[in-house]
Write a protein that binds this ligand. Sequence first.
Ligand SMILES: [Zn+2]
Length: 113
Amino acid sequence: MHEMSIMEGVLTLAGNEAGKHGYQKITRIKLRIGEFRGVVREALEFAFDAMKGDTAAKDAVLEIETVAIRLECPNCKEIEYIPGDLNLLCPGCGSPVEFAAGREMQVEYVDME
Ligand SMILES: [Zn+2]
């Protein structure tokens, strides 16, 4: 279950942030996670609840924003993403497409007090 290791990283990062600025308590953690990451939101929330106990984030609110996948062809611009279709070539011209969004895995902000 890779949500556990993701959350471990998030809590470590948040804890370091708080320590660096001299805060004792984390009140809110906001994550942005792209759909392409295949992260199960419920599993992430479960991991948070299971792991936050001994950390500065034990009373924190976890907010997760899911970022939809958007693909872009360098020639045709934005194209539709068909879930489950991992052929990342443009249906229009056959060029390799790029991710315009959907691969995010970031801590957007950490609120502390
Ligand atoms: Zn194209």
